[in-house]
Write a protein that binds this ligand. Structure first.
Ligand code: ADP
Length: 257
């Protein structure tokens, strides 16, 4: 498999390496599409560690992470969940959108996030010491607007935390070129459009243009779809369902590309 491409935007690589060395859990904060998952893939590869990613959602429970008994023939057989596997094997576990998960997930990771570094499996009555190389990483979308779940301060304080945001113009242009092989002038225009919309805070968008949306637009353009249409379907439409805002954004984008 080819190496994950990641363009550093600050000191995140250094910070992660030191957190890893000191066995401190790591929290990535920031809106969707800002490179959090890509960063962790890159770091796991750089450190030569296995990465186990769990996309948390409102049904994700501690059982899903720790494990469960399954019936095999006439017997109940214990099956390790991904967290238990990571703890035993010394992998990096990435709990994406941890605040979405059920509260018992937060309880389950507590003893892993302090000096104990152990996992309690209540169904087996066992405590497992984490492997030397085990690391817990989580992501969280602070969502400055309504509709996002919070993470308790007491939970946040168990992590080293770093905010991810949109890369500066030059870096974001480079990312677009690298990810999609689009030409530089078009990449620059896409980044300009994104920054223009990002500054329109009065629109009250729940989430604004992410690097991911720009990459989708660039891919469509690179594969031959007209530029304006590409921006409309990959950037404008996914952002909002409000017809007036769609029209206003479409006009704005048409002027800029
Ligand atoms: P998140 O996990 O924050 O939702 P992702 O890591 O999935 O976001 O990022 C979405 C896409 O944006 C990635 O697939 C990648 O193509 C691109 N991307 C964002 N930031 C970077 C970066 N700094 N370097 C390389 N690619 C990036």
């Amino acid at each position: 498999m080819s190496k994950p491409y990641y363009h550093a935007v600050g000191k995140e690589i250094e910070v992660f390496e030191h957190s890893y060395k000191n066995k401190i859990p790591f929290l990535l904060k920031g809106p969707t599409g800002t490179g959090k998952s890509r960063f962790i893939e890159f770091m796991a590869d750089k450190l030569g560690k296995k990465l186990i990613t769990i996309a948390c959602h409102e049904e994700t429970s501690s059982t899903d992470l720790i494990g469960r008994f399954i019936i095999k023939g006439a017997e109940a057989v214990w099956l390790d969940g991904p967290l238990t596997t990571a703890v035993k094997e010394g992998a990096i576990i990435y709990l994406d959108e941890i605040a979405e998960a059920r509260p018992d997930v937060i309880v389950a990771i507590h003893s892993l996030t302090d000096h104990r570094r152990e996992l309690y499996i209540d169904k087996l009555g066992e405590n497992i010491k984490a492997h030397e190389d085990f690391m817990l990483v989580a992501s969280f979308n602070p969502g400055y607007q309504k509709g996002f779940k919070e993470l308790k301060p007491s939970t946040k304080q168990r992590f080293v935390a770093l905010s991810f945001t949109y890369p500066e113009e030059k870096i974001e242009t480079e990312i677009l070129i690298n990810e999609t092989a689009i030409d530089k002038p078009t990449a620059k225009k896409l980044v300009n459009i994104a920054n223009k919309i990002r500054n329109l805070t009065e629109l009250g968008l729940t989430e604004t243009v992410s690097t991911r949306l720009l990459i989708d637009a660039a891919k469509l353009i690179h594969s031959g779809l007209p530029k304006r249409l590409s921006v409309e379907v990959a950037v404008v439409e996914p952002l909002t369902d409000d017809l007036e805002i769609i029209e206003a954004l479409r006009d704005l984008c048409n002027l800029m590309i």
